[in-house]
Design a binder for this molecule. Structure first.
Ligand SMILES: [Zn+2]
Ligand SMILES: [Zn+2]
Length: 98
């Protein structure tokens, strides 16, 4: 199973196979180097998508079970119905591995 995580520099959504864990790679989006995390590094965050509420502009996050569904904004002064985006994670190209 591939690990889903965000580039620490540009927040591009990436996915990596287990053989890349703890390896230094270049981000396919911003070309900066960083270390691929392991699932233990991402407890509670793995597979989550972060997005902005289009009504109140606050940062939200949702788990895989909410992708593509409608949910109310969790902030009580907003609570507007919003669509949770379906994220796409780019596979990290192993050719960039050094
Ligand atoms: Zn990046
Ligand atoms: Zn909101």
């Amino acid at each position: 199973m591939s690990l889903k995580f965000e580039c620490p520099h540009c927040e591009a959504r990436l996915s990596a196979e287990p053989e890349l864990y703890r390896k230094e790679i270049s981000c396919p989006d911003c070309s900066k180097d960083f270390m691929v995390p392991t699932p233990e590094d991402l407890v509670g965050e793995a597979g989550k998508v972060k997005f902005l509420c289009p009504f109140c502009n606050r940062k939200l996050s949702a788990g895989p079970e909410q992708f593509g569904t409608e949910m109310p904004c969790p902030f009580t002064d907003c609570e507007k119905p919003l669509m949770v985006p379906r994220p796409e994670w780019k596979p990290v190209p192993t050719t960039r591995l050094r």
